[in-house]
Write a protein of this length. Sequence first.
Length: 177
Amino acid sequence: MELIPILITATISIILAILGYIFGRKSKIDEIQIAKRHELAEQLSVLLQEDFDDRLSIRKGYHLNFDHLNDFSKAMYYFDKDEHDYLSIREYVNRIPSRITALKEINQKAAIYLPEKVTSLVSQYINLTIFAFTIDGIGVTRDYNEKFFENLLNENTWDSLSKCFNLLLNRLRKSVK
């Protein structure tokens, strides 16, 4: 008869230990996922803000330096004419491809941690920055700058990019709360 209370106590202790382990493990997994979600959201936010700010600076630089020409072809001629002219604009333009690559990579990692409404919007943002250009490899044909500026200065594309950027930052904020 004295064995039954001991068995009951031992069984209850084992069950409580198992439940404690299960709930503790679940809590630890949740903490890890929350931390990862915050980390990826922060990385996306920083890259998006840097990219958008650079694009905004490029637009302002273009308008400041070339609006008086009223001819896009002439503006591109002067922009391409000398590698040392418009250095700040060139620096912004040169940073953008690596940042877009980083955005794609982080967005792929974020796909299992952040909501689809965030990651699909990042993809949409990236798609708005894509344009076709020609490089022949020997330096005769290279219209990257021209096509880049055409894409960036297109008002419909810029409006879409701005709206996408603002919506993205709002969704990123909500996804980490």
